[in-house]
Design a protein around this ligand. Structure first.
Ligand code: KG4
Ligand code: ZN
Length: 344
């Protein structure tokens, strides 16, 4: 089965064609990042407008790269949630039109589930059940992926996502948007032990995350230094911040794998591109004898190949939609049940 996937939840207009959920036939991404850079973050209206301008060209390119016509596609998968509502609506409306015109099934995909599927594209042996660690700009979550379409949340962020923390701290350090990558680059030359940063204690569920206190601490540290004319070594601060986030993600992932009996961990999401997070989790998994799966850097961030992959598994599970499909700014994962979250 060849699924055409569409992703437009943030600032990437992406279309890909994937065979049987595993083999990329084409993968086109039109990124708007450079346009949003001058505003220091994504401007939602601008993102929607650019999606609208780009989407037809990107669909045509994905079909031509795969040497296919629309009739050759077996289904249209689209990110319908969560994300910027106006941005999502462009992809959802376009997908509905395509599916209707071509008489193909329309398959809704949750963006976070899509991130997890990025690993299927490069690891043929990865199959549920496994522990999914999904860390991006909008989400930070540890979930038991019990089958391809069932995600049982073990822990998730109560406030900011890890990527948001990276980005806001990066902005306060004067790095351009998207800041996570610049923190990573600066961290290479810094001392990770130079700054002692505060760790959040999670009442109730030890697998939940909280990054807003860390973000506020770093931003205040920089503002205070600025006010008193003290220089802060940004490479050291980047290295300390990166180590802190990498350690938190790793400790919780390993502890959850042990408690819930998983020996395979699959990392995904934009922050899975972070060299510190990758290294820390690799080392911990090696020590515990766990198998770690992670996507190549090119598939960590938003792309449509991961949406087409998850779309394939959704289709097999009977998850399809009709023209009443709507975009949603926020939405629980499909089949989500909270394993242990006393707050909810
Ligand atoms: O998955 P993604 O592309 O979009 C969302 O679904 O949110 O993730 C984007 C996030 C941004 O916060 C970006 O700064 C972060 O991933 N990111 C990184 C790195 N590359 C991207 N964060 C830390 N280190 C990186 N190398
Ligand atoms: Zn994403």
């Amino acid at each position: 089965m060849r699924i055409l996937g569409i992703e437009s939840s943030c600032d990437e207009t992406a279309v890909a064609i994937v065979e049987d959920g595993r083999k990329i036939l084409s993968n086109v991404i039109a990124s708007q990042a450079s346009e949003h850079q001058k505003y220091g973050g994504v401007v939602p209206e601008l993102a929607s407008r650019r999606h609208l301008e780009n989407i037809l060209t990107v669909v045509k390119e994905a079909l031509s790269d795969a040497d296919m016509e629309l009739e050759d596609v077996d289904g249209i998968a689209v990110t319908f949630a969560p994300g910027l509502i106006g941005a999502l609506l462009v992809g959802v409306s376009f997908a509905k039109g395509l599916a209707l015109a071509a008489g193909k099934p329309l398959i809704p995909v949750h963006h976070t589930e899509g991130h997890a599927a990025a690993n299927y594209l490069v690891h043929p042996d990865l199959k549920p059940p496994y522990l999914g660690v999904i860390v991006s700009g909008g989400h930070t979550r540890i979930a038991a992926v019990t089958d391809y379409t069932t995600f049982q949340t073990i822990g998730r962020t109560r406030d900011d996502a890890a990527g948001e923390c990276f980005d806001k701290c990066a902005r306060a350090m004067g790095f351009p948007y998207p800041g996570g990558l610049h923190v990573d680059q600066n961290a290479q030359q810094g001392n990770p032990l130079a700054f002692k940063l505060p760790k959040s204690k999670m009442e109730g569920n030890p697998y939940d995350f909280s990054f807003s206190g860390l973000k506020t601490y770093v931003v205040n540290l920089l503002h205070h230094a600025d006010q008193i004319g003290e220089a802060i070594n940004k490479q050291d601060l980047s290295a300390s911040l990166q180590k802190h986030i990498a350690d938190v993600v790793t400790e919780k992932a390993i502890a959850a794998a042990k408690e819930f009996g998983y020996r395979s961990i699959a990392l995904s999401g934009g922050v899975s591109a972070n060299s510190g997070v990758r290294r820390a989790l690799e080392a911990a998994c090696q020590k515990e004898g766990f198998t770690l799966y992670q996507p190549p850097i090119a598939l960590c961030g938003d792309n449509a190949a991961m949406i087409a992959s998850q779309g394939y598994y959704n289709y097999l599970a009977g998850i399809t939609a009709d023209e009443s499909l709507n975009a949603m700014a926020s939405k629980e994962l499909h089949g989500e049940s909270l394993v242990r979250n006393e707050r909810i």
